[in-house]
Design a binder for this molecule. Structure first.
Ligand SMILES: [Mg+2]
Length: 217
């Protein structure tokens, strides 16, 4: 289904890496910040925070003295703008090696903040290879709006376009309406957003895979 006339477009979070790994990376980073500033080490609590049992920001504040100040604005700044420790899974790396060895180009369409999303793409080692990075904060359009997909429709008007993503509530509606092929990476249980394959057909991917390496090239 993918050949030299195909331009592949990926979603980012929970498609090219697990978003929970970004959250973990942010907690580790914030912990090192509060450790150096307030001499508090909460690293043993990170697991509980990742499972949703404990709110990390509230936990930090519960450990501070009344004269110490760690506002939500600072927490969010550290969370959003740190350079994350995330990487491609083995099968995703294999898939990229394969498409690049076949000279098949790719782009990314993602919702989120410009700096956060660009840092993630850099940390995954894809920044030099990706042809176009389209981020909702930069264009002003979020999925399921089709504006960001139309940008690539114009650039690759003579190519077959394919969108690989994970979120059934917003990812596939626009590319389906523009006659792209759509592929959903099935949630392995770690995703932040649940998937619902009982939605109306406009929202559903044409193909579902458990690993990107199941896609034939
Ligand atoms: Mg996603």
């Amino acid at each position: 289904m993918i050949d030299n006339n195909t331009h592949i477009v990926f979603d980012l979070d929970d498609t090219l890496f697990k978003e929970i790994d970004f959250v973990k990376s942010a907690y580790v980073y914030i912990n090192s910040y509060i450790n150096s500033r307030f001499n508090i080490d909460l690293s043993k609590n990170i697991k509980k925070c990742l499972s949703g049992e404990v709110n990390f920001f509230d936990l930090i504040n519960s450990k501070l003295h009344p004269d110490q100040n760690f506002p939500i604005e600072k927490y969010l700044e550290l969370y959003r703008f740190h350079y994350p420790e995330i990487k491609l899974s083995k099968d995703t790396s294999v898939f990229f090696e394969k498409i690049l060895s076949h000279n098949i180009d790719f782009s990314i369409i993602t919702d989120g903040r410009s700096i956060s999303q660009r840092n993630k793409i850099k940390a995954l080692g894809l920044y030099d290879q990706v042809k176009n990075i389209i981020i909702s904060e930069e264009t002003g359009f979020e999925k399921p709006h089709f504006n960001n997909f139309k940008i690539l429709n114009r650039i690759y008007s003579n190519k077959k376009l394919i969108y690989i993503a994970d979120n059934t509530s917003k990812d596939f509606l626009a590319p389906n309406s523009l006659n792209w092929d759509t592929i959903c990476l099935i949630n392995n249980g770690q995703n932040i957003h649940p998937q619902d394959f009982n939605l109306s057909i406009d929202y559903l991917p044409k193909i579902k895979v458990n690993y990107l390496t199941e896609i034939n090239i």
